[in-house]
Design a protein around this ligand. Structure first.
Ligand SMILES: CSCCC(=O)/C(O)=C/O
Ligand SMILES: [Fe+2]
Ligand code: NI
Length: 187
């Protein structure tokens, strides 16, 4: 299940909130301007499905979100056991950065952790299959797919040239717990 942990930016060791309750989670995210929806991720994704097959399986949802929020292109990010350059791919998103457009992602399968740095707080959201998250452009954030990544996500873009990141250079990400591929249900 999707999980939210909220920290003060200066205290990664002591979460202020940790919840897997969807109502609490959606409420907290809505208050901060983050869009979070649960879609049904019921279309099976075979090991060898290509991006076109994945986009076609979710075409109605993809078209609706593009029409409602002005996204103009999509791609599929997929990192699974056996993917090339896993270490490089994980490192690409591990430092705090921003984008000039929304970061809108739908998890078709698997999981990963987003860390959103909002004012003085860090929101850690472990996303799983069926989660749609959209973070406004300019939001400081990072993403950890974990040491043995397994996820497929549809990414929505406004800029025609796709993914572009601006590093903040803050170093904050290294002070927070990474993602080990599971959800910590003890907090
Ligand atoms: C879950 S999609 C890959 C991560 C990504 O695109 C991004 O911008 C992370 O911050
Ligand atoms: Fe990002
Ligand atoms: Ni899988």
């Amino acid at each position: 299940m999707t999980h939210l942990t909220v920290y003060h930016e200066d205290d990664p060791g002591l979460p202020e909130l940790a919840t897997g309750d969807p109502v609490v989670l959606v409420g907290h995210l809505a208050m901060t301007g983050i869009l979070f929806e649960r879609w049904s991720a019921t279309h099976p994704v075979s090991q060898d499905a290509d991006s076109a097959a994945i986009l076609s399986a979710y075409a109605p949802d993809v078209e609706r979100l593009c029409a409602n929020r002005g996204y103009r292109s999509v791609d599929v990010a997929r990192v699974v056991s056996g993917s090339d350059n896993i270490g490089t791919l994980r490192a690409m998103f591990l430092d705090e950065h921003t984008h000039g457009e929304d970061e809108a992602r739908f998890f078709v399968e698997g999981s990963g952790a987003f860390y959103l740095h909002l004012d003085q707080r860090v929101f850690r959201i472990v996303c799983e299959a069926g989660d749609l998250l959209s973070i406004p452009g300019g939001t400081r954030h990072w993403f950890d797919m974990g040491p043995t990544p397994h996820f497929t996500a549809i990414r929505f873009f406004t800029h025609p040239d796709g993914w572009r990141a601006v590093p903040t250079g803050s170093g904050i990400a290294a002070r927070f717990p990474g993602y080990d591929g599971s959800i910590d249900r003890t907090r």
